[in-house]
Design a protein around this ligand. Structure first.
Ligand code: ZN
Length: 273
C-alpha cells in the first residue's frame, strides 16, 4: 500500500469516528464523499447519500457548527440566482476537535475508574437499585424500594469495562496527535513558502519602483537641461567646472628595516614631503 494512501486511510478512519460521534451514521459517508476533494456541491452530496437536500444541509450544518466542515457558495444562474453551497472537510480543525473530545473522555474515564476502585457500592438484588456506601449505611443496608437486604456490588467487571474503554481512547489519541503534528508541519512549510514568495514579490516590486523613479529622474533632468538651453541660461552657468577629487595618496607603510641606514630613512621622509 502506498504511504500516502495508508496515511489518508488512517485520517479518514479518525474522521469517520468523529463524524459518527457528532452527527450519527449518515455523517460517516460524508467523509468518503468529501475527503481529499475539491469542495463538493451539496446537491451531489444529497444524491449520493440518497437524502433530501434539507436533510443533507441539516447534517452539514450540524458538523459545520463544530467547525468540522465548511462551505463556499456560488450564485447559480441556472437555479434562478440562488446560492449553491460547496462543502469541504476541515481536516485539521476536525482532528483538533477529536483530540479534545478524546481528552475529555479520557479524563472522565480516569475519574470513573478511580471512583470505582475507591468506593464501595451496594445493590439490591431484588430491584437492582444501586446505593453509595453512605446511602447504604443510612438505610441500614435495606433497600428503600423493596426492603430487601443490599449486597456489596462487585466492581471488577465495571472497572475492567472502563479500563478497556480507556485503552481504546488512548489508542485513538496517539494517531490523532501524530496526524496533527504532520498537518502542522505541512502548514508551517506552506506558510514559510508563502512568506518567501511574498517577500520575493515585494523585493521585485521595490526594484521596479526604484527603476521607474530613476527613469523618471533622468527624464526630468534631460527636460530641465533642454529648458535651460532653450532659455539661454546655459553658458557659463551650466558649464560648471568639474572639480576632480584629489586622489588621496596612500601612505606607504614605513618599513622598519634594521638593515636600512638612517640616511635612507631621511631621504625617504624628505621625498615624501
Ligand atoms: Zn430493592
Amino acid at each position: 500500500m502506498p504511504a500516502k494512501k495508508g496515511k489518508d486511510d488512517r485520517v479518514k478512519e479518525l474522521l469517520r469516528q468523529l463524524f459518527l460521534d457528532v452527527a450519527g451514521e449518515e455523517a460517516v459517508h460524508l467523509v468518503d464523499l468529501l475527503f481529499g476533494k475539491k469542495p463538493v456541491n451539496e446537491f451531489l452530496v444529497a444524491k449520493k447519500l440518497k437524502l433530501t437536500i434539507n436533510q443533507v444541509r441539516n447534517l452539514l450544518y450540524r458538523l459545520g457548527d463544530q467547525g468540522l466542515v465548511s462551505f463556499t457558495r456560488k450564485k447559480d444562474a441556472k437555479k434562478g440566482g440562488w446560492y449553491t453551497y460547496f462543502w469541504t472537510i476541515e481536516v485539521e480543525k476536525s482532528l483538533v476537535r477529536l483530540e479534545e473530545r478524546l481528552g475529555e473522555k479520557k479524563t472522565r474515564l480516569g475519574g470513573v475508574i478511580e471512583k470505582r476502585k475507591n468506593e464501595q457500592f451496594f445493590v439490591c438484588e431484588g430491584c437492582e437499585k444501586q446505593y453509595t456506601q453512605e446511602e447504604a449505611l443510612l438505610a441500614d443496608y435495606l433497600c428503600e424500594e423493596c426492603g430487601e437486604m443490599m449486597v456489596a456490588k462487585d466492581m471488577d467487571a465495571e472497572i475492567e469495562a472502563a479500563e478497556a474503554e480507556l485503552v481504546g481512547v488512548c489508542d485513538l489519541l496517539e494517531p490523532v496527535g501524530e496526524e496533527l503534528v504532520e498537518l502542522r508541519k505541512k502548514d508551517a512549510k506552506a506558510r514559510a513558502r508563502a512568506v518567501a514568495a511574498e517577500l520575493k514579490k515585494k523585493a521585485l516590486e521595490r526594484k521596479k519602483r526604484a527603476a521607474a523613479r530613476k527613469r523618471a529622474k533622468t527624464l526630468e533632468e534631460k527636460k530641465l537641461g533642454k529648458k535651460k538651453k532653450a532659455a539661454g541660461t546655459g553658458g557659463a552657468g551650466s558649464k560648471k567646472k568639474v572639480v576632480k577629487k584629489k586622489a588621496v595618496k596612500k601612505k606607504k607603510p614605513v618599513k622598519k628595516k634594521k638593515a636600512a641606514s638612517k640616511k635612507a630613512v631621511k631621504k625617504k621622509a624628505k621625498g615624501k614631503k
